[in-house]
Design a protein around this ligand. Structure first.
Ligand SMILES: [Zn+2]
Length: 285
């Protein structure tokens, strides 16, 4: 064997030994790392994290209880404010309480579809409801029994939602628009109506009666003068804006918005009289 070959083989042996030693060394060190990570430090880290989470949780609890405490206090304070706002709303409505009607010709079906007028089902001082049967675009239940209503009181007070998915339009806005029933024929709907006349819209009418009672009671007991410090501007027709409302309707002019421009009454279009200066809305708000 030549010296060169001998050296070659010898070196190979040494290289293998070095590799094997390195491999063993790495294995030992991996075990060491594993132990440092999972036995030595992981329990400590977990303990610290638990401690941290507990502290944060305690602070969150403080936030939650402060928030609910504040909300309770605010809703307590709002009881009187809500009462006064309701009174003010009713006093405003009084200025609007001229009589109104729902004309048969005000209601239109789309695309010249059939429309049948059934007349008033409810006709009271502050609430009118008229029933109509209107041809719809459904394949089977082709006709809809629909109530159109006008009421002095807003829908929110009557707890009724306006039905938007009805193919009609009105010349004058009806705040109440209720789809009562869809059926295949007009006579089905007429028969349905005969059977259910007293229960149809009963909830709505009942809510109305309560609101009306409350309204009559309030406009009997209170005058706008009782709330003058809350009034922004008044019209001679009786309508007024509260300071808060007036802020939204008041235009200001001048370089710094120092001139308050007169507000026009939405009912009779006369210039309303300012009761006191109305706080200016912050710029960029
Ligand atoms: Zn007016």
């Amino acid at each position: 064997m030549s010296e060169l070959v001998k050296q070659y083989l010898e070196n190979e042996k040494q290289i293998n030994t070095l590799y094997n030693e390195l491999h063993e060394f790495m294995k030992v060190k991996e075990t060491e790392i594993h132990s440092v990570k999972w036995n030595e430090y992981e329990p400590k880290i977990r303990a610290v994290m638990e401690e941290r989470d507990k502290k944060i949780e305690a602070i969150r609890d403080q936030q939650i209880s402060k928030e609910s405490e504040t909300r309770r206090a605010i809703s307590e304070l709002n009881i009187v404010r809500d009462q006064v706002n309701r009174i003010l709303l009713f006093l405003q409505l009084r200025a609007r309480s001229e009589s109104f009607t729902i004309e048969d010709s005000e209601i239109h079906a789309y695309d010249g579809r059939h429309i049948e007028i059934l007349g008033y089902i409810f006709d009271d001082q502050f609430l009118k409801i008229k029933l109509f049967i209107i041809e719809n675009s459904k394949p089977k239940n082709k006709y809809s029994l629909i109530a159109f209503g006008k009421c002095l009181f807003p829908e929110s007070l009557l707890k009724v939602d306006r039905d938007y998915g009805i193919d009609t339009h009105e010349d004058n806005y009806c705040s109440l628009r209720v789809l009562i029933r869809d059926m295949p024929t007009i006579s089905d709907l007429r028969a349905y109506l005969d059977r259910n006349k007293s229960t149809i819209l009963a909830m709505l009418v009942q809510n109305y009666q309560q609101v009306k009672e409350d309204y009559l009671d309030i406009i009997e007991k209170y005058r706008v003068e009782d709330f003058i410090d809350l009034i922004g501007c008044r019209c001679e027709c009786g309508f007024f804006y509260t300071k808060e409302e007036a802020r939204n309707y008041t235009r200001r002019s001048g370089f710094m918005g120092e001139h308050q421009e007169p507000v026009k009454c939405p009912l009779c279009k006369k210039v309303m009289v300012l009761q006191s200066s109305i706080p200016q809305v912050a710029i960029n708000q």
